[in-house]
Design a protein around this ligand. Structure first.
Ligand SMILES: Nc1ncnc2c1ncn2[C@@H]1O[C@H](COP(=O)(O)OP(=O)(O)OP(=O)(O)O)[C@@H](O)[C@H]1O
Ligand SMILES: [Mg+2]
Length: 246
């Protein structure tokens, strides 16, 4: 197993505002890690730092043992941003071709990969539709298909299950588990506790701090509760109690 993503003693923020404090995490190949936390906790900030879109204020971020930011490495990462970045005047198929080419994938391989990636998110019959005619959920699904289309070694997905119905969510999780079993590394963020329960590792971020980290089963056992949701609530109360005592 290789440590595909390694974050050490990361402090991150914007200007003088500190958003993340002392974050440490490792994702190995074949592993799915879910970052969970309330809105504004710092999940997207962490993801953007791992992608190299933000330079760490303090600490290190390495992907495949290479410090980030590192542009060439981005070809190995399938990224889904929280905000869809799609060309609305193009069709879904054209978007997939464009972003696939940006990832350095040959047209021949793309012709094989596009139906596969679109199939995972149930968009095969809508590929020739212009993206401006897509619903919000369809745009999320297209963004996920774009992240998957290059069959990348690493997937970094910021809120991939927003706007996705339960049946499709299961289908997507099935695919993510298969990709992990084939040795891919997956890091995703979510608000949904069911997603956290599907992951191999969970990291809970609240107020910029990692308040709990481990496998879902470990967390449930350590906190003496019966669900990941209760772990999150309990860890949150503990954080509040510590903060008030400071
Ligand atoms: N570009 C920016 N400039 C200044 N502050 C920012 C910027 N982006 C995010 N922040 C602040 O950083 C904090 C963390 O934001 P972030 O987007 O990382 O949260 P999040 O956990 O992804 O939230 P959500 O679940 O709503 O997506 C918030 O207080 C936010 O206001
Ligand atoms: Mg976010």
């Amino acid at each position: 197993m290789t440590n595909t993503i390694q974050v050490s003693n990361l402090e991150q923020g914007y200007g003088r505002t500190v958003v993340l404090k002392d974050i440490n995490l490792t994702v190995t190949s074949g592993e799915i890690l879910a970052l969970i936390g309330p809105s504004g906790a710092g999940k997207t900030t962490l993801v953007s730092t791992i992608m190299g879109m933000l330079r760490p204020m303090r600490g290190q971020v390495a992907v495949l043992n290479t410090p980030m930011p590192n542009r060439p490495l981005l070809a190995k990462i399938g990224f889904m941003a929280q905000t869809d970045a799609l060309y609305s005047s193009l069709t879904a198929q054209e978007n997939l071709l464009f972003f696939g080419a940006m990832q350095g994938i040959s047209r021949k391989k793309l012709r094989e990969q596009i139906p596969h990636a679109a199939g995972i998110v149930n968009l095969v019959s809508d590929l020739t539709k212009q993206v401006s005619d897509y619903s919000g959920g369809m745009k999320r699904r297209l963004s996920l298909a774009i992240a998957l289309v290059s069959d990348p070694e690493i997937l970094i997905l910021d809120e991939p299950t927003v706007g996705i119905d339960p049946e499709l969510r299961q289908q997507i999780w099935h695919e993510l588990h298969q990709l992990a079993a084939a040795g891919r590394t997956i890091l995703l963020t979510t608000h949904v506790m069911e997603d956290a329960e599907e992951a191999d590792e969970v990291m809970m971020i609240r107020n910029g701090e990692a308040i709990a980290q481990g496998t879902p089963a470990e967390l449930i056992a350590n906190y003496g509760v019966s669900s990941v949701e209760e772990v999150f609530l309990k860890a949150g109360r503990q954080q509040d109690a510590t903060t008030h005592n400071d």
